[in-house]
Design a protein around this ligand. Sequence first.
Ligand code: NAG
Ligand code: NAG
Ligand code: NAG
Ligand code: NAG
Ligand code: NAG
Ligand code: NAG
Ligand code: NAG
Ligand code: NAG
Length: 355
Amino acid sequence: MRSLIFLGFLAVALEVNAQQGFVSIDCGMDGSTSYNDTVTGITYEPDAKYINSGVNYKINMTYLQAATPVQAETLRAFPNGSRNCYTIDGIIQGDKYLIRGLFFHGNYDGLTTVAFELHLGMNFWQLVNITEPSDPIWREIITVAQDNSFSVCLVNIKSGTPFISALELRHIDSTDVYIDGNQTNSLVLYARVNMGAAAQDIRYPDDAYDRIWRFDITPPVWSDINSSQPIQTSPRDAFQVPPAVMATAVTPANGTSLMFYFGADTGVVYYIYMHFAEFNALSQTENRIFDVFVNDELKASSVKPEYLLSTHISLSLTSALGTEVTYNFALNSTIGSSFPPILNAIEAYSVLPLQ
Ligand SMILES: *[C@@H]1O[C@H](CO)[C@@H](O)[C@H](O)[C@H]1NC(C)=O
Ligand SMILES: *[C@@H]1O[C@H](CO)[C@@H](O)[C@H](O)[C@H]1NC(C)=O
Ligand SMILES: *[C@@H]1O[C@H](CO)[C@@H](O)[C@H](O)[C@H]1NC(C)=O
Ligand SMILES: *[C@@H]1O[C@H](CO)[C@@H](O)[C@H](O)[C@H]1NC(C)=O
Ligand SMILES: *[C@@H]1O[C@H](CO)[C@@H](O)[C@H](O)[C@H]1NC(C)=O
Ligand SMILES: *[C@@H]1O[C@H](CO)[C@@H](O)[C@H](O)[C@H]1NC(C)=O
Ligand SMILES: *[C@@H]1O[C@H](CO)[C@@H](O)[C@H](O)[C@H]1NC(C)=O
Ligand SMILES: *[C@@H]1O[C@H](CO)[C@@H](O)[C@H](O)[C@H]1NC(C)=O
């Protein structure tokens, strides 16, 4: 009886604590007081308890733009040592996590070129190469915890002083999502775009995992469309893309084909997730059906978005080692489709094999 009551209490506590599984660190912040971000409501804490090396800096406010997150205002730089690491404890081994760094240079050291490496434990994760001091750079990875802590390291490659503005960790509490990320393969974010969106990124609290859905400028050959009706997240679709992201999409301005491309590294596997929802209440005689091609190869046939319901397709792309590769995507209406293709959101990740 006592344990039943305890469980009941626990369930209520979990419901109330919305940022469950979040670790949000504002690097280079003095003191020991946390604060709540006014845009997202996320509670950020100073970084002193996660690292004991480095020097704190405040950037010159003239480099901040209206949309720059406040976490960019301070940073921690590492003039000494070839490798400086943040250690985050309390991790559930075998569970999936999203880990993200924010790097905002803001000309704090008066040096215009800075490059360094980011490592996850002993594994190279990604290069950070600053070329524009007022552009925020995010680096993100979806990874399965191999231990009960994460070690995020900044590695000096003798191209300036490594630094970091914010470090965020989000527990992904579903085993059915990003299944291409597993014990051996991590997924490094290449792009996550909210198609047809207004000029504003969408993240927490719209997105329960605090994924950042970037807006992009719609080219003239496409049209922005949106739904005034709410989009439901299907129980069959573990991605749980925020309804606000799914409620906008692109479609061809003219014709029956949506085409785009990206340049990629060779010898690397990419996973592409495309998210769809139909906005029109189609009659019995109407339909919207399209095929998805990459470099003229059929990757998904007869895609038929569901009315006001999120669904997705996933594709994998591989190329032999060699020079650069370009992936040309075409979403083409099938013969007889009454409506052109649509695309609500897209994510692209490269695979990082872990040692
Ligand atoms: C910050 O947010 C948390 C959780 O959302 C809340 O409990 C706390 O009262 C907030 N703190 C301040 C200073 O607003
Ligand atoms: C870096 O090393 C120099 C020389 O040993 C020392 O004077 C300085 O305090 C160190 N700085 C930091 C941030 O550890
Ligand atoms: C901030 O940057 C502006 C523009 O480069 C410069 O005029 C100003 O002196 C800087 N302020 C500080 C405190 O460094
Ligand atoms: C950083 O980017 C610049 C400009 O694209 C490039 O010249 C430089 O080689 C890059 N640095 C590294 C370490 O890759
Ligand atoms: C991870 O996924 C890759 C690609 O699907 C697969 O080859 C590998 O065996 C998987 N590893 C584990 C531990 O499941
Ligand atoms: C939705 O589309 C209508 C008609 O094109 C447009 O006026 C409105 O601004 C759009 N809303 C959003 C949120 O994009
Ligand atoms: C649409 O495409 C057709 C055929 O290519 C062309 O004749 C027409 O001018 C185009 N309309 C617009 C608005 O671009
Ligand atoms: C897709 O449609 C475009 C425009 O009609 C066409 O040029 C292209 O060849 C089509 N792609 C495939 C693989 O059929």
